[in-house]
Design a protein around this ligand. Structure first.
Ligand code: HMG
Ligand code: MG
Length: 306
């Protein structure tokens, strides 16, 4: 039973293979990416953001998008998604057999320009034909709004800015909205205000939290989100990642740390923490990096390796 006022079940979307690895400067071999996805599935993850169909000149690490999708095991019941910035990305994603796509905008103009080289309005115009085509193909479109509470170039972002972009995304057919604290700067009052702004245009089960953990606020922001009924969160195994267009930003909250919190609150996720820790240790060993999850570090010494 979940604690009073908390949802009984939460969906965790693993974004490590995409948001986590996109920031790695040396090319991660495709078979390592494929093995990571397979291990995440064995740990019980049922929604995994596996790659991006963006320009390889902008994010070379994601250039093997087709090969990753062709190589991963595709069991029934697991949904594999990918980022798509425009029609070109959509066509490649469709041909690669994605289950779901993610279009991504920003709540701040400066970040929009830096990240996708166009204004917020222009990005929404690009999403419109992508959303129509995806709907016709029966593929769900999630949206993400970066800099939901703060921007590395403009500072604080008001909830009204987020709300406006959320409305525009809803109008062009985006079905789900991820509220992204790209630089991890938010604290519960700002994060809650951003989520409430999103909830004016999307239903409760179609709003998720995407919290980078740069300031160590991601778990407390998760708790604040759970308290207003949010039931979906993105997380990155072993805390992999950052953002190529937000210098100094660290990865999303580590999936292991999120699961430890949710388990303790009695909230079901279907994820096996031990196997998840193994997946995180696997990728960090391949990257020759220490594990960024506090829970993984604390428990690794005590759990047998598989
Ligand atoms: P552009 O240069 O303005 O695009 O980039 P363009 O339409 O002028 O095309 C230029 C070249 O890119 C052309 O090639 C196109 O074919 C190619 P050329 O003729 O020069 O050889 N191109 C593409 N190639 C492959 N796939 C495509 C594609 N589109 C164009 N889809 C563009 C605009 C959006 C493409 C570019 O800015 C881009 O790819 N940006 C990458 C952004 C990115 O991946 N950022 C990181 C992910 S977002 C994120 O992490 C935030 C999130 O986690 C939430 C949060 O935490 O905030 C989601
Ligand atoms: Mg992110």
């Amino acid at each position: 039973m979940a604690a009073a006022g908390m949802p009984d079940r939460v969906v965790v979307v693993e974004v490590g293979p995409r948001d986590g690895l996109q920031n790695e400067t040396s090319q991660v071999p495709t078979p390592v990416k494929i093995e990571l996805v397979a291990r995440l599935q064995q740990a019980g993850l049922r929604e995994i953001e596996v790659t991006s169909f963006v320009s390889p000149k902008w994010v070379p690490q994601m250039a093997d998008n087709r090969a990753v999708l062709a190589g991963i095991p595709r069991p029934a019941g697991v949904r594999h998604s990918a980022l798509v910035p425009n029609r070109q990305g959509w066509e490649a994603a469709l041909a690669s057999g994605v289950d779901e796509i993610v279009v991504f905008a920003a709540a701040s103009e400066s970040f929009s320009q830096r990240n996708i080289n166009c204004s917020i309005e222009a990005s929404i115009e690009r999403f419109e034909p992508v959303c129509s085509a995806a709907r016709a193909a029966g593929i769900k479109v999630r949206g993400a709004i970066s800099c939901a509470v703060g921007c590395p170039y403009e500072g604080a972002v008001a909830p009204q800015q987020l709300e406006r972009v959320a409305r525009l995304m809803r109008e062009v057919g985006v079905q789900h909205l991820g509220v992204a604290d790209t630089i991890g700067i938010g604290r519960p009052p700002q994060v809650r205000a951003a989520l409430e702004a999103a909830l004016r245009h999307f239903p409760l089960d179609e709003v998720s939290g995407h919290f980078h953990d740069t300031y160590g606020m991601a778990l407390v922001n998760t708790l604040a989100s759970l308290e207003i009924g949010i039931q979906r969160f993105d997380a990155s195994v072993s805390g992999l990642g950052g953002c190529p267009y937000a210098r100094g930003a660290t990865g999303n909250v580590a999936t292991e740390d999120l699961i430890y919190l949710l388990d303790g609150l009695g909230i079901e996720t279907g994820i096996d923490l031990g196997r998840l820790i193994d997946a995180g240790n696997f990728i960090r060993a391949r990257l020759a990096q220490p594990n960024g999850s506090r829970v993984a570090r604390a428990l690794s010494a005590r759990l047998p390796c598989r």
